[in-house]
Structure formats: C-alpha cells, structure tokens
Design a protein around this ligand. Structure first.
Ligand SMILES: Cc1cc2nc3c(=O)[nH]c(=O)nc-3n(C[C@H](O)[C@H](O)[C@H](O)COP(=O)(O)OP(=O)(O)OC[C@H]3O[C@@H](n4cnc5c(N)ncnc54)[C@H](O)[C@@H]3O)c2cc1C
Length: 279
C-alpha cells in the first residue's frame, strides 16, 4: 500500500488542510491561482457528512487568514447528497453564504451520472442567492448541451471538463475522440453564452483551440488543471498572460481520486507496476 500512497502523493497536497494552504501559496507565488478540495465522496454517515461541512468551512477560514488566492471546490456526496437532497441543499447554502461573506468563490464538482440532476438542481437553487459559485459540466455526457444552456441562461459559471467517471453509452460519449469533439462544441457555446468560464483540461489540442477561439470573443477564460499534472504547461500559459488555476486536493480519502487519475493515463499504470517491483 505504501507505494500507492507515494505514487498518489504527486496529485495530493497532503493529509491536512495546512498542506493544501502551503501548496496554494506556492502556486500563488508562481502566478497560479488555487482551488482547494477536501477529499471524500459518497458519505452516508450523517455525523461524518456534518463534519465534512465543518471542514469545508475551515478551508474558507484558512483561505481568508492566510491570504491565499484560492477558491473552494466541494463534492455534494461528501456532504450528504445521498442521504437527503434538502439537507444537502441547506449545507451548500451555508458554505456558499460563508464563502460570499469572505469573497471566496465556490465550485461544485460534478460526480457520476446518478448525481448529475440533483447536483445541477441544487446549484441552480444556490445560484439564485450566491453568484460566487460555479459548477463542473462534463463533455462526456450527452445531456450537457442542455445543461449548459440552462445554467448559462441563469447566469451561472461553468467549469468545462471531459468527465472522470465511466458512464454507459446510452447517456454518454464513450470514445476519447467523441468526448473531445463534444468538449469543443460546448466550448463554442460557452464562448457565445457565458461572460466567464473555466476550461479544465490538460489536453493541448483543446487548450490551443480555446486560446484561438477566444481571440475573436475576448471572454474571461480561466485554465484549470490538476495538481501534479502538466506543471510545465501551467507555467507556460501563465508566462503567456493566461489565467491558470491549480486544483489542490488534500485529506486521507485519497484513493478514489487517485484511481481516477491513474485510469486517465495508461503510462500511470505502467509506473505503478514499476514502483511495485522497485519496492
Ligand atoms: C481543475 C479540474 C477540475 C475537474 N473537476 C472535475 C469534476 O468536477 N468532475 C469530473 O468528472 N471531472 C473533473 N475533472 C477531471 C476531468 O473530467 C478529466 O477526467 C481529467 O481532467 C483528464 O482529462 P483531460 O481533459 O486532461 O484529457 P486527457 O485526454 O485525459 O489528457 C490529456 C493529456 O493530459 C495529460 N494527462 C491527463 N491526465 C493525466 C494524469 N492523470 N497524469 C499525467 N498526465 C495526465 C496527458 O499528457 C494527456 O495526454 C477535473 C479536471 C480538472 C483539471
């Protein structure tokens, strides 16, 4: 197990909040913003879900105290979505309200498809009160075109991602090519429909396309990437004057997040095997 922990560390700031704040401030020094995420998902235990809300509030307090240029990203199944939509809504409202009072932006991560509808509904409710909020939308889902139209019409802010979860072909594009084609298409909509949005990918082709397409539109576009992935590209974009933000997760529940990162790149699987045999 310890080789897996060592391997996963490249994508995770550490186990405690201070690790994430230190990582955020390091990125800030290099001109990169931060999004802090407390790892954890699918929490059905009521007491734990409540504690997770408190931890997310602690993140907001530490961002304010430390002066880090950072926002927060939350997963709704970490704070009770599976045990009750209304309680989850009230918790997101609490987090977004505290964030607003501190002038901090809150992103809502998108999880796998059983939670898409509720996540969007909760986000749209929150948006009515708190404009300091945004939501991730996945280009692998066929429904995303409609979702983007709806969210943009309500004045919401979108982080466009390819989608990190395996979905079935009834509802999703499953080949890398189709997911990328839909990403370009959705990016095109955002350029027309949204004054500001985030492109969250490490894919050179899509990043270059976003840069080229935006020349005509001059929208505020932010490039978001994951901690430990394509560091050199982040610095290159910053030195070319683009806004870049690093997604920095921390916490003890690093396994599901790390498995998703391993799956995204075959080379990571080979590296794991190599580290097993080096061990
Ligand atoms: C800031 C941010 C927030 C995200 N939030 C969500 C979310 O809320 N919901 C969701 O479903 N998904 C989210 N994702 C994940 C996203 O959906 C993809 O799974 C992930 O970004 C990999 O896809 P890609 O667009 O980078 O393209 P890919 O085609 O996977 O990768 C393009 C290139 O990037 C490099 N690369 C990609 N991944 C890795 C890696 N793990 N290690 C090393 N190199 C790599 C490789 O060079 C690869 O060729 C988020 C991603 C980012 C960057």
């Amino acid at each position: 197990m310890s080789f897996l922990i060592r391997f996963a560390r490249q994508w995770i700031a550490g186990e405690i909040l201070d690790d994430a704040i230190i990582a955020a401030k390091k990125e800030n020094k290099a001109g990169i913003g931060a999004i802090i995420n407390f790892l954890g998902e699918h929490v059905r235990d009521a007491a734990r879900a409540k504690k997770n809300v408190e931890e997310n509030i602690r993140i907001l307090e530490r961002i304010e105290e430390s002066g880090a240029r950072a926002s927060l990203s939350i997963k709704l199944t970490q704070i009770g979505l599976e045990t009750g939509r209304d309680i989850c809504l009230s918790r997101v409202e609490k987090i977004a309200g505290i964030a607003a009072s501190k002038n901090i932006f809150v992103w809502v991560d998108m999880e796998n498809s059983p939670y898409t509808k509720d996540t969007i509904e909760i986000y749209l409710e929150i948006l009515k009160k708190y404009r300091n909020t945004g939501i991730a939308i996945q280009s692998n889902l066929k429904r995303s075109e409609n979702d983007i139209t709806r969210i943009a019409a309500a004045g919401g802010t979108i982080r466009l991602v390819k989608g990190a979860y395996r979905e079935n072909k009834e509802i999703a594009y499953t080949s890398r090519k189709d997911v990328a084609i839909n990403f370009s298409k959705l990016m095109g909509y955002l350029l027309y429909k949204s004054p500001f949005f985030a492109i969250a990918t490490h894919d050179d082709l899509l990043i270059n396309e976003a840069i080229e397409a935006n020349k005509a539109h001059q929208k505020r576009v932010e490039f978001q990437m994951l901690m430990g992935v394509r560091e050199e590209l982040k610095y290159k974009l910053v030195s070319n004057g683009f806004t870049v933000v690093d997604y920095i997760p921390y916490g003890k529940n690093w396994l599901p997040y790390s498995v998703r990162r391993v799956r995204e790149r075959k080379r990571n699987i080979l590296l794991i095997f190599r580290s097993i045999f080096d061990f």
